[in-house]
Design a protein around this ligand. Structure first.
Ligand SMILES: [Fe+2]
Ligand SMILES: [Fe+2]
Length: 135
């Protein structure tokens, strides 16, 4: 699994959201390194929890901006956020309950949703937010 490198192609056109995406990416890279270095379940679990915590915060920030600007795609976007979180949480619970979780597929899943979500969903709100004074 390759490192996620932040570049301008990843921008959604809103500074604060770009910054948050960058932080999520850092969390994922850290998680990936921990797995590669053979860190234990406990440390991997903590990093996953941090990723979830921050992802939750980020999703709330986006949804709040969408509410404030009456973004037409809010419901669909929120549903997508909920699906992503539910899937990550499921893996964490399995990890906490001692089940074997294959970390590599989980990391690939996280990377894929991240890229797909930003490219497919987050990009859609950029022009709308800009038009409504959010940059
Ligand atoms: Fe996002
Ligand atoms: Fe989003």
């Amino acid at each position: 699994m390759t490192l996620l490198i932040w570049n301008h192609a990843c921008t959604v056109g809103v500074r604060a959201m770009d910054d948050q995406h960058g932080i999520i990416m850092d969390c994922m890279n850290e998680l990936r390194l921990a797995v590669m270095h053979g860190c234990g379940r406990e440390q991997v679990g903590l990093l996953l929890e941090r990723l979830i915590e921050f992802t939750r915060l980020h999703f709330s920030s986006e949804e709040l901006l969408m509410e404030r600007t009456a973004f037409p795609g809010l419901a669909e976007h929120r549903a997508e956020h909920q699906t992503i979180l539910a899937q990550i949480l499921q893996s964490v619970h399995r990890l906490q309950f001692g089940e074997k979780v294959e970390m590599r597929p989980l990391l690939c899943f996280l990377r894929d949703w991240y890229l797909r979500h930003i490219e497919g969903f987050d990009r859609q709100y950029g022009p709308w937010f800009n038009e409504h004074g959010v940059h």
